[in-house]
Design a protein around this ligand. Structure first.
Ligand SMILES: [Zn+2]
Length: 402
């Protein structure tokens, strides 16, 4: 046989064994695994054929034995993430940054906690991502964890001042306030990576005290602390760089006010946050119950889930019950989500709990969707971490030509 005949035969052989090309010449969708050959060269291998008429992502989730899944598309890249139905997700609730024993954490411990999270396979997700079961940004093998702080209390977002910390004027450089390096925001900005321009940490603000405990020389207007410029400046900053949540206006315990009164107080807190944010706090999607909720019921859920401003509704509400939250594939009620208390007094318990937690460990597939089979430029170009599996989805033309 001549060299050329040999080559033609090889091509014919390849064509006949090409998955996705059926006998009739119709093609279906095929996933190819992006991997390395034994010479460490990038190749596409191990094809997974999608049965005719099936949604490829739904099929892939089944193929991978995901109990449930979340799909996020970004241009021609799709992230398919598992919604696990076993394991727990820790949702940590902080309050002040100070040396007090209860409801406070020292700046050093807060740094230590963030360092521990970073070096022990945890990955900070937002409260909203948790509620949606959207772990599509978490690399395979990491453990999602949620964090936030309640009350806009001492040490959360503190600017340096001349004189008294609460009443003194804020020190500025070219108009920009100088932030206290021991405040929660400064520590987060130093130790946590941003995700799409934002740090996944929610500040649940209430108005029973001066939010963030600073007035920048402004006269104290008294409860509910409306119209203070430095509070507006801070809320806008957090809305753009972190996440804002509702923690009511007057910080009542829900069952002291009853459902109607409590829902009104939540609404007032929401209005005030929107006002301070300059019209609408865009990052706001959730609330946290002051002192927790204890006996949750459906009437309360109905009242809170029907609250809305300009067509926007809340996605969920967070409790304060010292439990770890359920996995997104087997969720409880989204308006009664467990959070775990973090403070100096219970520091050891926190570390023990995180160490021993049967945490949800994520799995995701990164899929590059193309018309013809080809190699992606690199794993990095698809936003993959070393632990992620990458697939190339070649979309076939289904049906025969008319
Ligand atoms: Zn509170």
């Amino acid at each position: 046989m001549t060299h050329i005949t040999c080559r033609i035969l090889l091509i014919l052989l390849l064509l006949s064994s090409f998955p996705g090309l059926s006998a009739a010449g119709e093609t279906s969708d095929v996933f190819w695994v992006y991997t390395k050959d034994r010479y460490n060269r990038a190749i596409l291998d191990n094809p997974i054929e999608v049965p005719e008429g099936r949604d490829p992502y739904q099929f892939l989730a089944e193929y991978k034995n995901y109990p449930d899944y979340f799909v996020r598309k970004e241009g021609d890249v799709t992230y398919l993430a598992e919604k696990a139905d076993t394991g727990v997700v820790p949702i940590l609730c902080l309050h002040k940054i100070s040396r007090e024993e209860d409801y406070a954490l020292t700046p050093d411990r807060f740094r230590k906690l963030l360092g521990y999270i970073d070096s022990n396979g945890w990955y900070l997700v937002s409260d909203l991502q948790y509620l949606h079961g959207d772990f599509s940004r978490v690399p395979t093998g990491y453990k999602p964890i949620v964090m936030g702080s309640d009350d806009a209390s001492h040490g959360t977002l503190i600017y340096q001042t001349r004189g008294d910390r609460q009443y003194g004027t804020v020190k500025r450089l070219f108009g920009k306030p100088l932030i206290d390096k021991d405040s929660m925001v400064a520590i987060l900005e130093r130790y946590v990576k941003r995700e799409e321009g934002r740090i996944n940490f929610t500040f649940y603000v209430s108005f029973d005290g001066i939010p963030f405990r600073q007035l920048d020389g402004f006269d104290n207007p008294g409860f509910p602390y409306r119209g203070v410029p430095v509070i507006a400046e801070k809320i806008k900053y957090l809305d753009e760089n972190f996440i804002i949540g509702i923690h009511s206006q007057s910080h009542p315990y829900v069952w002291d006010l009853g459902i109607k009164g409590f829902a009104e107080d939540i609404m007032k807190g929401w209005e005030q946050l929107d006002e301070y944010a300059g019209g609408e706090a865009k990052s706001l999607h959730t609330m946290a119950y002051p002192y927790g909720v204890r006996s949750f019921n459906l009437d309360l859920r109905n009242a809170l889930s029907s609250l809305n401003r300009n067509g926007k509704y809340l996605d969920g509400a967070f409790d304060f019950d010292n439990k770890l939250a359920p996995p997104p594939g087997f969720p409880g009620d989204s308006f009664d989500v467990s959070r775990f208390n973090v403070d100096n007094k219970h520091w050891d318990r926190l570390m023990r709990t995180l160490d021993g937690a049967d945490a949800v460990t994520t799995r995701r597939e990164i899929i590059w969707e193309v018309d013809t089979k080809r190699l992606p430029r690199s794993r990095y170009s698809l936003g993959a971490s070393p632990t992620d599996e990458i697939l190339v989805l070649v979309r076939g033309v289904s049906g025969s030509p008319e």
